[in-house]
Design a protein around this ligand. Structure first.
Ligand SMILES: [Zn+2]
Ligand SMILES: [Zn+2]
Length: 295
């Protein structure tokens, strides 16, 4: 692709993978979204979906000359469904890869130290010392901004989630995307809601965390997640161009998710394709001035 941002969903499930035949339309892998443009590649979260993305990157880099491949991976938080794919990420074991890893730290513990604890004995047989890629570690905190090649800007905002976490916003020349997993925005009038709204203001694509419908929310209050009706409201309030709902419950079948999507579209009096329940493999291209789906 010459111009524009291409956003691809490699994993749309929340909490745990769901590799079952009645769930394949929306997909079985856990959270992972890539954004690529002419000069760079960013990835949001390292759920199980990251493994297949890594295989494709490795395959493509093998066709290039000796040029080093650089990948920026932004981790929202360290819950297992968001990092388990990193432990098996094929690019970690390639000498010609440079991997920039961004993720939340906590008092007295860097992101690197937190992640190393997960990728170590007895939880995993391969440790970070055995990786071959050139890895650079970055701690992410509320308000941090990074500039990636091609003048692409990535900004972080703290989310509302058990054990903490960060959401990310990526702004490129041709569009912007907000990666809002995992997050419970809470009450509409609250300070956090307002801050989220500002953070996402005018984005072209809002990826919103909503494993539930409104009627299920009360039983899951405090779990750190939202419901799709909130996604519609947030998208309207911040003026998002499109809304993709993700972090689907592992138990949800294709039929159930498609029904919820139809309901969301009815409620939104949908302009064609404004609200979409994310499917694994789906791709959105944001190109100068307009946007269209691409496969
Ligand atoms: Zn999650
Ligand atoms: Zn989580």
């Amino acid at each position: 692709m010459e111009e524009g941002l291409r956003i691809r969903f490699w994993g749309t499930r929340g909490s745990i993978a769901a590799p079952y035949s009645d769930r394949m339309e929306f997909g079985g892998n856990t959270s992972c979204v890539s954004v690529d443009w002419a000069e760079g590649l960013a990835v949001f979260d390292g759920g199980t979906g990251l493994v297949e993305l890594g295989r494709r990157i490795k395959e493509a880099s093998g066709r290039l000359s000796s040029k080093e491949t650089r990948i920026h991976i932004f981790v929202s938080h360290l819950h297992l469904d968001h990092i388990v794919g990193l432990c098996m990420f094929p690019c970690l074991f390639c000498r010609d890869m440079a991997i920039e890893l961004y993720g939340p730290c906590e008092e007295g513990l860097s992101f690197r130290e937190r992640f190393w604890a997960a990728m170590s004995h007895p939880f995993w047989p391969v440790t970070m010392e055995q990786t071959a890629a050139r890895i650079t570690w970055h701690d992410t905190k509320d308000g941090d901004i990074w500039i990636l090649p091609g003048d692409v800007k990535v900004k972080a905002m703290s989310s509302r989630h058990p054990d903490g976490g960060v959401m990310y916003r990526l702004d490129g020349k041709t569009g912007s995307v907000v990666y809002g997993l995992d997050c419970e925005p809470g009450e509409e009038q609250g300070d956090f809601w307002k801050a989220y709204e500002e953070f996402a203001r005018g984005c072209d694509l809002l990826i919103f965390d909503a494993p539930y419908g409104e009627e299920e929310y009360e039983a899951h209050r405090g779990f750190g997640h939202g419901f799709w009706q909130q996604g519609l409201l947030m998208a309207r309030k911040c003026g998002a161009g499109r809304l993709y709902i993700s972090h689907h419950e592992w138990e949800r079948t294709d039929g159930q998710l498609a029904a919820a999507e139809r309901e969301a579209r009815r409620k939104a009096c949908d302009r064609e394709g404004f609200v979409v329940f994310a499917r694994e493999g789906a791709c959105v291209c944001l190109q100068s001035g307009d946007e269209r789906g691409c496969e």
